[in-house]
Design a protein around this ligand. Structure first.
Ligand SMILES: [Fe+2]
Ligand SMILES: [Fe+2]
Length: 168
């Protein structure tokens, strides 16, 4: 059985993972209309992954005797100045999510909910991977500068398949 506090934070995470999915979907659509098929595909796949994370939280809450709540989500930004700005935003968002997962782990320890703390470890690992993979993209972008987006767009999908999705 979940404590009220833990259930509340898990439900807040349902919302955050759902928002992550919408955010990446919005970025994917933007990239698609700007003529970046590779980048948009990377972002569409990311959006799917985040939707799966949301579902994992929903099922976990319900399986543990709580009630998962689906809230209305705020509209994500729909315009970006460029690819670098977009991936900087992805990085900030992933760091925000990592901090949020950390907060839940901290609360679980406080509340002695070691079951949930243990379950969350897949997401702790997932966030390490997410940040590393976005950092690799930012490093690559810094290396090539702003003028070689065609190559970057072509190569980004191979960067994705190099990483595995541990929380899936
Ligand atoms: Fe996620
Ligand atoms: Fe993520």
């Amino acid at each position: 059985m979940l404590s009220t506090k833990v259930e509340e934070l898990l439900n807040a995470q349902v919302e955050k993972e759902g928002y992550s999915s919408l955010l990446y979907l919005s970025m994917a659509s933007w990239a698609e209309t700007k003529g970046f098929p590779g980048i948009s595909q990377w972002l569409y796949a990311q959006a799917d992954e985040e939707k799966n994370h949301m579902l994992e939280f929903v099922h976990y809450i319900n399986d543990r005797g709580g009630k998962a709540l689906i809230s209305g989500l705020k509209k994500p930004q729909d315009n970006y100045q460029g690819i670098k700005q977009l991936f900087n935003d992805v990085m900030s968002h992933e760091q925000f999510i990592s901090a949020s997962i950390n907060d839940i782990v901290g609360l679980c320890i406080e509340e002695r909910d070691y079951t949930t703390q243990n379950w969350l470890q897949a997401f702790v690992a997932e966030q390490i991977e997410e940040e590393a993979s976005v950092q690799a993209i930012l490093d690559r972008l810094n290396l090539i500068g702003d003028n070689n987006m065609y190559m970057f767009d072509r190569d980004i999908l191979s960067m994705r398949s190099a990483s595995t999705d541990s929380a899936e």
